[in-house]
Design a protein around this ligand. Sequence first.
Ligand SMILES: Nc1ncnc2c1ncn2[C@@H]1O[C@H](COP(=O)(O)OP(=O)(O)O)[C@@H](O)[C@H]1O
Ligand SMILES: Cc1cn([C@H]2C[C@H](O)[C@@H](COP(=O)(O)O)O2)c(=O)[nH]c1=O
Length: 229
Amino acid sequence: MLSSSQGKLVRDGEDRKPVICIEGNIASGKTTCLEYFSKTSNIEVLTEPVSKWRNVRGHNPLALMYEDPARWGLTLQTYIQLTVLDHHLSKIMAPVRMMERSLYSAKYIFVENLYKSGKMPEVDYAVLSEWFEWIISNISIPVDLIVYLQTSPQTCFDRLKQRCREEEKVIPLEYLEALHHLYENWLINNTSFKVPAPVLVIPADHDLQKMLHQYEENREKIFTVPRAP
Ligand SMILES: Nc1ncnc2c1ncn2[C@@H]1O[C@H](COP(=O)(O)OP(=O)(O)O)[C@@H](O)[C@H]1O
Ligand SMILES: Cc1cn([C@H]2C[C@H](O)[C@@H](COP(=O)(O)O)O2)c(=O)[nH]c1=O
């Protein structure tokens, strides 16, 4: 349920609890990172609802988008915006929430990439942008910390091949390079969109053992994050 506070709709029925978003390119290791932290007590983990994006009432908008982005980009991104908004607004059951990506990256990285690469018609981009602007102007979407898993596109390409998700077999290295530049401009160079929270960068090209070690080293920084006002 939502109630109104200071002109915005807010999730009600609970105190504000810290929300930490894990960001990074496709196959950068976000799910693996969340899996690791899910073993910590008092933390709730929300992974991306990819299964919904692969099956909405028997349709697979993720596959359709990769087959024909100009035709299906709007369809997929509209549904992603809805399902991610639903995650942001769902009741937080533990003292801290960690979630995979956010409403912000769906727009600032993926929608932006479709449009900039000429694969999304201007009218589709305009409609999605209007929706997004309305949501962030009228609904409180609090994020207290962004943990950015910073990888090279080549690392993601190798991990993507290893993961072997059917819909993603058509992804070329250039696609991951384009997403990488958008992420870097947003979270590192601060040259594109407003960053909604402080950013903690974790270099993520390393093998699993080294990554787990780095997660441990950063645990304190991650979980003592001050809550945004
Ligand atoms: N540090 C790592 N070194 C090698 N492989 C990894 C590492 N982290 C994750 N993987 C593997 O790479 C693939 C993508 O990881 P995943 O966590 O699903 O990425 P994301 O959620 O960011 O898409 C998976 O097959 C996973 O087992
Ligand atoms: C948020 C978002 C995701 N996608 C695509 C990109 C990938 O194929 C999957 C998500 O997988 P990941 O391993 O978690 O990166 O969904 C997209 O096309 N648009 C989006 O906004």
